[in-house]
Design a protein around this ligand. Structure first.
Ligand SMILES: Nc1ncnc2c1ncn2[C@@H]1O[C@H](COP(=O)(O)OP(=O)(O)OP(=O)(O)O)[C@@H](O)[C@H]1O
Length: 232
């Protein structure tokens, strides 16, 4: 479902004399349906950068990213938007929402974008908010004033409300207590069981060991390591 081949990335610092920083070269990975792969590597090795390229936020310098058969690198924006709507779910660490939109609508929005009827979208959103222990009295309020852990759970509910075939998870258990962490791990197991291909960054080592089938060390994709034609 996710196929990354010979991917490279450079950042150009336009406000610092156009300095070009190579951060990744020769990155290869794949994630099959029903599999959860964890990205590991020291801080600054490029885990988030790789995830953002796969989500289509960062443009690679070279190489290929195919998701469910679609070539992401260089795809037209409307193709990327369509892929994110149908196929590619993403749970980032931070919730970004429009002010004044009630929490239940924030969670139901991915279903509404797919044309799911309002009543069904709302019911599915409420079910996830209930599973993730967001108090019912908060469902009609905007999540902008919620605690960090509550916002993260709203983000997770939004990412799991539609059975996306591909899921990118950036630290999904980072600010959660033990009980909610178990709920998130259960959601990940359920997604794997229905055949989702999942790529995640988990600093929570125990969570990583429990849900990941394989680990990919991004440190192997740093340009210094791949210089001279060494395989990554
Ligand atoms: N927008 C950007 N502009 C310039 N450099 C960037 C940008 N984003 C990331 N980098 C650089 O790319 C490298 C990889 O960063 P990245 O955030 O992907 O690492 P990471 O492995 O996710 O780190 P951590 O585990 O600390 O979150 C770092 O050296 C970082 O400074």
């Amino acid at each position: 479902m996710i196929h990354v081949e010979n991917l490279s990335k450079t950042f150009t610092l336009h406000n610092q004399g156009g300095t070009v920083i190579p951060v990744m070269a020769g990155a290869n990975l794949h994630v099959d349906p029903g599999e959860c792969v964890g990205l590991v590597g020291r801080s600054g090795s490029g885990k988030s950068t790789l995830m953002r390229m796969i989500h289509g936020n960062y443009l690679p310098a070279g190489g290929s990213i195919r998701i469910a058969g679609v070539q992401m690198a260089g795809a037209e924006p409307r193709r990327i938007i369509a892929l994110r709507r149908d196929t590619l779910g993403y749970v980032s660490q931070f919730l970004r929402v429009l002010p004044r939109v009630p929490t239940v609508e924030v969670v139901a929005e991915p279903l509404r974008a797919l044309g799911v009827a309002q009543s069904e979208a709302q019911a599915r959103a409420e079910c996830l908010l209930w599973r993730l222990n967001i108090p019912r009295r908060l469902w009609s309020l905007s999540p902008t004033t919620f605690s960090g852990g509550e916002q993260q759970r709203v983000n997770i509910a939004r990412g799991f409300v539609h059975p996306f075939p591909v899921l990118l998870l950036d630290e999904p258990t980072a600010s959660l207590d033990a009980q909610n962490r178990e709920v998130v791990l259960a959601l990940i197991f359920e997604a794997k069981a229905r055949g989702a291909a999942i790529l995640g960054i988990f600093h929570d080592e125990e969570a990583r060991a429990r849900v990941c089938d394989r680990l990919v060390d991004v440190t192997g994709f740093t340009p210094a390591k791949t210089a001279g034609g060494q395989a990554a």
